[in-house]
Design a protein. Sequence first.
Length: 248
Amino acid sequence: MPNIHNTISFGLVSIPVVMNPIIRNNDTSFNQLHKKCLNRIEYIKYCDHCKMEVKEKDIIKGYEYEKNKYLTFPKEELNKLKPEAEHEIEIISFIDIKEIDPAYFEKSYILNTEKTSKAYNLFCEALRKVKKVALAKTVIGSKFYYCILRFNNVGIIMTTLFFQEEVVLPEEKIDLKVNEKELDLAIKLIEERSGKFEPAKYQDEYQDNIRKAISDKLNGKEVKSAKKHKKEKINDLLVALEKSLKKK
């Protein structure tokens, strides 16, 4: 994804920013092959009615309002429907980030400036001081989003949010009935295993195994199964908690 130039709209203040995603896909890339000849599989856009391959310029979007009946929307019509927030990140409120359930977080971007900006620096410092996040709205590509802007030591992080209808959470609250002794042991187990979040420590074990398997196969070695630890199965919750506390 190339650099996207955008503008934070803060009241009557406009802050030009450059938006870049901060998440990259770390998965090993595989191609789909025909098992018989090992040739790569290609995806062809094909019209079954016309019995022919269709080029991208000849494809439009259609909404099926009845079975096999469509309202068609060329790209030009869809562009007319884009909200005003395109190329702008319009702040609408400032809130406490604790009010947002993490289930609503979607994708994050870094918002930086190409050159020193007094307005950008002021906005960062203001967010840091008030310890709040900015709730804003914007358009990325062809999709409208609400998002939050928060200060981070490297700049402003923008995180897009899912809409309420996209987040399917149960409406009923769970009834928490627990045994006090078991609860005390569970709390002790949590305290014993408490620590700090250190992302550098956490490696993608599956991808590491795939990369090792690729190296082994290139060197003519057999692919071995990953090591798996057998866990003792204990059906009694109290016994399981007690044994967990004794086990280092």
